[in-house]
Design a protein around this ligand. Structure first.
Ligand SMILES: NC(=O)c1ccc[n+]([C@@H]2O[C@H](COP(=O)([O-])OP(=O)(O)OC[C@H]3O[C@@H](n4cnc5c(N)ncnc54)[C@H](O)[C@@H]3O)[C@@H](O)[C@H]2O)c1
Length: 353
């Protein structure tokens, strides 16, 4: 590897610090001349770290390739306790290529995230008091949106969030919530329909009429009533983004969840229809299909039911509400411009279509 010039380590680290929203420190450095076997081990060990590889500079990738080809070696600068670490780039002092690994200064550990600007936008999130809805409310609010929540129990909300108590199974509550948002905030740009229930884990022969209708009323009727109410407000202004929270169960069906799976399939079908229906209005309507996500809704299910779902996820873990909220934020943003009536997966690889 020949001499390399033009990479200013100081600038690079300051840039990384900005992205990481905190100071960074050098955790280690790779330089020429050590055995290939040791290098490979080191790089593979680092790759397993949660944030390594997420936002690598092209220079870092090149140097990592060179490392694996055995041209450089590893020299530590006192690697301390585990914290998120990332390869950030190549080149120190203009003399030789290096692989620089940085970690957050302890006390400010935040993974890098994409930033959204929802300044001036108004969002209504159903089911926003808990789980996926609550994570979405936090993200939209912290990205500049004014946010209202329609929930059976709109408690524990941030003081800036407008809480509206209501039941999505009653169309009058959906209409009232949209009217309230418009009168308080002057407009409605985003609707996220996250209110939902898992239903009881029951064999089909044990599902009574009441449970079937309850699950459908909340997951399917509720989503429709809120979509219809929001569309009336959005179409007149020529702009809107609607995100309905369906489920992988709506695509694949989970055992002991006929009502839930069918109601979520209905949400996908409804979204595909409405998306086309309003395609000429400036309103884009999409849905998401999460696999199992770590929220209070799991309390409604049996261990067996949850185990079945996790077993089918290639990433072999439960998802986090934040991970779902980020997809919702994209679908709720102006960045989304060429998709409507679509279903987006956030299923750790479970979805196959
Ligand atoms: N957590 C998962 O594993 C998972 C997976 C796929 C899809 N989903 C879907 O995501 C959505 C959110 O689920 P979560 O996991 O955040 O659950 P959660 O139980 O944490 O939150 C659901 C929220 O909906 C509200 N709600 C329930 N019924 C309502 C009604 N009739 N009117 C108004 N509000 C009502 C609840 O009060 C609660 O705040 C649901 O539609 C769920 O089916 C969840």
């Amino acid at each position: 590897m020949g001499p390399k010039r033009g990479v200013d380590l100081q600038d690079q680290l300051v840039g990384e610090g900005r992205q990481l929203r905190g100071a960074v420190e050098i955790r280690g450095e790779l330089r020429p001349s050590r055995r290939l076997r040791d290098l490979r081990l080191e790089v593979e060990r680092l790759r397993r770290r949660p944030h390594l590889g997420g936002v690598q500079s092209p220079g870092a990738e090149r140097v990592e390739r060179q490392l694996l080809e055995g041209e450089t070696t590893w020299r530590t600068h006192g690697v301390g306790a585990l914290s998120p670490e990332r390869v950030v780039g190549a080149g120190v002092d203009g003399h030789e290529s290096s692989l620089i690994v940085v970690g957050h200064v302890p006390g400010d550990i935040r993974p890098p995230v994409n930033a959204y600007d929802f300044g001036g936008r108004v969002a209504l999130v159903t089911g926003g008091a808990s789980g996926i809805g609550a994570a979405t409310v936090d993200l939209l609010r912290s990205s500049g949106a004014r946010v209202a929540v329609l929930d059976l129990n709109p408690e524990g909300l941030h003081e800036d969030v407008l809480g509206i108590q209501g039941d999505v199974t009653r169309s009058a509550d959906a209409d009232r919530a949209v009217a309230r948002v418009e009168s308080e905030f002057g407009r409605l740009d985003v609707l996220v329909c996250s209110a939902g229930v898992g239903g009881e884990s029951r064999r089909t022969v044990d599902v009574d009429d009441g449970e079937w209708r309850r699950v459908f009323a909340i997951n399917c009727d509720g989503t429709f009533f809120c979509n219809r109410a929001a569309l009336r407000a959005m179409i007149s202004r020529g702009y809107g983004r609607i995100v309905n929270v369906s489920s992988i169960a709506g695509k694949e069906g989970n055992p002991q969840a006929a009502a839930y799976s069918a109601s979520k399939a209905a949400v996908i079908g409804m979204t595909k229809s409405i998306g086309k229906d309003v395609a000429d209005t400036g309103v884009l309507v999409n849905c998401i299909a999460p696999a199992v996500i770590d929220t209070p809704i799991l309390g409604q299910l049996t261990e067996e039911h949850i185990g079945y779902m996790v077993d089918r996820i290639p990433l072999k873990r439960v998802g986090k509400p934040d991970e779902v909220a980020r997809l919702i934020a994209y679908l709720a943003s102006e960045d989304l411009s060429f998709a409507t009536g679509a279903c987006f997966d956030v299923s750790g690889g479970r979805a196959v279509y």
